[in-house]
Each structure stands twice: as structure tokens, then as C-alpha cells.
Design a protein around this ligand. Sequence first.
Ligand SMILES: NC(=O)c1ccc[n+]([C@@H]2O[C@H](COP(=O)([O-])OP(=O)(O)OC[C@H]3O[C@@H](n4cnc5c(N)ncnc54)[C@H](O)[C@@H]3O)[C@@H](O)[C@H]2O)c1
Length: 341
Amino acid sequence: MEISMYNVGVIGLGLIAYGIDKDPNRKIIWSHIKAYKSIENIRISSVCDVNKSLVDSIQKECDIPNGYTDYKEMLKANKFDIVSICTPIQTHFDIIKECIKNGVKVIFCEKTISYSLEESKEIVELCDKHNVIIAVNYIFRWDNLIQEIKGLLDSNAIGKIYSLVGYGATALHTSTSHLIDLLLYFSGSEIEYVVGDIQKDFVRNVHGISDVGGTGMIKFKSNSIGFIKGTSSSPMKYMFEIDILGENGRIRLYNNGSSYDLYKFSSSENSSGSKYEYLDLVYSKHNTTPNERMIDAILSLIEGIETGKQPVSNIKTAIESIEVIESIKLSSMNGNIIKFQ
Ligand SMILES: NC(=O)c1ccc[n+]([C@@H]2O[C@H](COP(=O)([O-])OP(=O)(O)OC[C@H]3O[C@@H](n4cnc5c(N)ncnc54)[C@H](O)[C@@H]3O)[C@@H](O)[C@H]2O)c1
């Protein structure tokens, strides 16, 4: 059987597009370009960055025929199956619209989709109208360990979820958005309301935009409660942990998302004959050989082209984390509970 070839374009050629994989300590692929280059039936025909010297060097290093400094020109001149958007957040909205206008059917957009909930909602409408798939790079959703935890939760391994506590670092649109996204994924529930507070003693500047840290509580319609701590005094003080407590057990994700423990309540009779149930460790799992999740993410995009199936992180799941971020900020400003529909 003949294998279909897919034509890819990449817009924005900084850290997440390529540079991140120059770090020799990284065990798996993190960048869009390296991941695409590892898949046989994908050809990156074009790259674009406003920085011409970056375009030239990446074209040369990665053997990419077409280079552009204007994404509109690139999108007009080519027919792409997939376009990756790896530019600063404030540029995503215009670039997504231009991709859709030029017939791109699958977009792999960096997180977060936008700083604005209004823009994010408009993107959702455009995707529905033009039948476009957008995968948002919340990469943990393609991680095997995270998938395993989701499988445990869905199979009721710890029973009904009471609480999900996430510990992360600054700031809301930066690393905390990954944490929020996973809390929403694990909860498997719609949101009832959010209460929050933004961090005021340290604010990150990300590509010229103030990205604040924050703390929030999410009440889910399932009755579970989510807590998010997304604050720190420096972006270098990083942590990523989630602790999920259910009626029959507990799952604790730690080591920056690369290990988890499963605990279950089990009974033991004490000396006075009372039967208490205590949380006992059932097993610990360490992701010493993580899966190539960027490649898995791209394979799910190809599946999207071929079958229309939405990837595990898509525009509709991604807009929920924007809603939570907006609600934390709004609640912090007016002191109110922010109710969801
Ligand atoms: N998924 C993750 O874990 C992860 C990690 C890091 C960054 N990100 C996201 O990736 C995106 C890029 O971040 P980065 O750290 O790679 O930034 P970066 O500054 O290293 O790279 C961004 C590149 O985009 C280029 N650019 C800016 N405006 C452009 C335009 N209009 N047209 C073409 N090129 C343009 C810049 O010149 C720069 O080379 C952001 O949305 C960020 O939130 C995600």
C-alpha cells in the first residue's frame, strides 16, 4: 500500500520549534522540527521566522527547501497538511486565522492558544465552521505515564475523586497552564465555579507580556475540588506535582511529572478491635524511559487528517484552561466566585 506523504510548515523558529533539542541532556524529543524530521511520511517544506538569520541556519541544518520571514507569504505560496505555530502567544490568533483562511486543515499550536478568552472562543467557532483540527501542545497528554494515570482514574481504581491538588511554578500562561490542563483532564468533569488569587510579588515577563502567577480553586460539577498553586519567586524554581485523592485511594504524581505512586485504603484491625482503613502504597512507577510523546502527538495529527479524530489535546480542551486562568484573574480582581455555565 502506498504511504501518504504530508507537507508541513513551521512558523516561529525559537526554543520550542528547534532550539530546545540542542540541550544534550534531553532524553526525548521536545521540538516540533526534530519530531517531524523523525517521521518517515512527513516532509517539512517550509519554515518561517521574522528573524532571517534563524531561518537561514535552520533551513541549512535541517535541509528545508523554503524559508520565509512573512508567514502570510508562506501560507499563500504553499499547500500544507499541517502547520506548527511556535511563535509568542500574542501572535497565535492572527496566525491561526491566516492558516484557516489558506486552507490548512490541521494546526499544531503551542500553548496557550491566546491571552484572551474572546479570541480563543472565536478560534473554536472558526474551527467548527471550517472543519479544522487544532492540537494544542499540552505535551503531557501524550505522555504514557499520564495516560496510565488517566486510565486508572477512568477505571475507578481510586473510586470517586474528592480532590486534585496541583503544585506548579510561575506563571499562569507559562508552566501553570500545563498543570491546569492536566487537572481538568484528570477530573473528567465540567467546571461549576472557580475562585482565585493572582501573585503580586513576582510577575514574569514573557515575550513582552506580563504573565502572572496565581492560586486557584476549581469546584467541578462532579463535586471534586481542584487546587492549583502556580506561583514562585523565579521561573527557575520549577515544580510539577499532582496529588489526587479518591474514596478508595490516592495517586501522587511527582518528580516533575515523571513518577507516580498508587495508594489504596486497606483495613487492619487495631488492638481495641476497631477496623480502620489506612492508605497503603500499592506500587510506584518511574518513567525512566519516557515515550517519544512529541512524535505520538504528531501521529495523532496524521490520524486527524485521515479520520477526522480530534487529538487528546485539542482546541476545545485547551480553551478550558484559558477559562480557568481568566477566572482566577477575575476572581482575584473582584473577590467573587466565577460561575461557569
Ligand atoms: N509546550 C511547551 O512546553 C512549551 C515550552 C516553551 C514554549 N512554549 C510556547 O511556544 C511558543 C514559543 O515560545 P519559545 O519559548 O519557543 O519562544 P522563542 O522566543 O524562543 O521563539 C519564538 C520565535 O518566534 C519568532 N516570531 C515572533 N513573531 C513572529 C511572527 N509574527 N512570525 C514569525 N516568527 C515570529 C521569534 O523571532 C522567535 O524566533 C509560546 O507560545 C510558548 O508559550 C511551549
